[in-house]
Write a protein that binds this ligand. Structure first.
Ligand code: NAP
Length: 281
């Protein structure tokens, strides 16, 4: 059973604070605990999304896993359940409206509501220049990487709002700050997510939902093989890299769990780089 959200009047909170935003230190859950919360993570059967799903579940959340392929969903759910974690899974290609509707319906049917949405799924169908991208490529990249997080959130919002203290994490890329010439349209889609984070943070703060952004650097996954297995690129990157190793999916997962947790209840609209270096230094 999901815990009901307790709404109390509190002498320590300012009078303008609505019930969904009231939370002072004595009311906080135990540190880093996501117990009794429900998380939906897109693109979560491999790589960074799978590591995020695992970490949120390890920290107590019930996690709804999803991706395009049923066999990948089955494999991830089985693996995480064998680790004793509370997860369920369903197919969802985030670019398809019917799949998004199905994901929302499944999460609500099985979990009652949703507290956290992690928009991790993304595509990059083209390695090449921005102006070399066809209209079809633009449509695919913008639909999956930029539109789908907003559309999925719009469907989940009424349910997240009812629970109070919800959190959304968008997954951008270091290419938003340091565009790579071979990743033209993808760079732009990931830059758009920085704007989406800031705009949604403003719009949703009064509704008790925080919106933040994870910006991974080069993380060792199938998605980044084209980059991290390219010796020339990697040698060049190592020069700006302060932490001298390639990132692992788990390097991103802890930040997402923190951003969902009560410890981050005063953090919204932030974009945080997890890259072994800072693009600002
Ligand atoms: P990955 O290892 O290739 O995993 C991608 C996951 O997303 C898989 O579970 C895949 O499963 C699923 N997926 C792919 N397309 C999808 C779609 N249209 N709808 C739903 N699920 C989909 O990728 P990753 O490296 O972990 O990347 C995850 C995120 O981090 C992406 O947003 C990416 O842009 C970002 N990122 C990655 C790096 C890096 O170096 N790895 C760097 C910066 C940013 P199915 O095949 O079953 O759909």
């Amino acid at each position: 059973m999901l815990r009901a959200v307790t709404r109390v009047t509190c002498s320590l909170c300012p009078p303008w604070a609505g019930p969904s935003v009231r939370m002072h230190s004595s009311e906080r859950a135990p540190k880093r605990s996501l117990a009794n919360r429900v998380a939906v993570v897109t693109g979560s059967t491999a790589g960074i999304g799978l590591a995020i799903a695992r970490r949120l579940a390890q920290d107590g959340a019930h996690v709804v896993i999803s991706s395009r392929k049923q066999q990948n969903v089955d494999r991830a759910v089985t693996a995480l359940r064998e680790e004793g974690l509370s997860v369920m899974g369903t197919v969802c290609h985030v670019g398809k409206a019917e799949d998004r509707e199905h994901l929302v319906a499944t999460a609500l049917e099985h979990c009652g509501s949703v507290d956290f949405l992690v928009c991790n799924a993304a595509v990059n169908p083209l390695v090449g220049s921005t102006l070399g991208a066809s209209e079809q490529v633009w449509d695919k990249i913008l639909s999956v990487n930029v539109k789908s997080p907003a559309l999925l959130l719009s469907q989940l919002l009424p349910h997240m709002e009812k629970r109070g203290n919800g959190a959304v994490i968008l997954v951008s890329s270091i290419s938003a700050y340091m565009p790579h010439v071979e990743l033209g349209a993808y760079n732009i889609s990931k830059t758009a997510l920085l704007g989406l984070t800031r705009t949604l943070a403003l719009e949703l703060a009064p509704r008790g939902i925080r919106v933040n952004c994870l910006i991974p650097g080069v993380i060792e996954t199938a998605f980044s093989e084209v980059v991290h297995k390219n010796e020339a690129f990697w040698n060049q990157l190592k020069e700006s890299q302060r932490v001298q190793r390639i990132g692992q999916p788990e390097d991103c997962a802890g930040l997402v769990s923190f951003l969902c947790s009560p410890d981050a209840s005063y953090i919204t609209g932030e974009s945080i780089v997890v890259a072994g270096f800072s693009p600002r230094l």
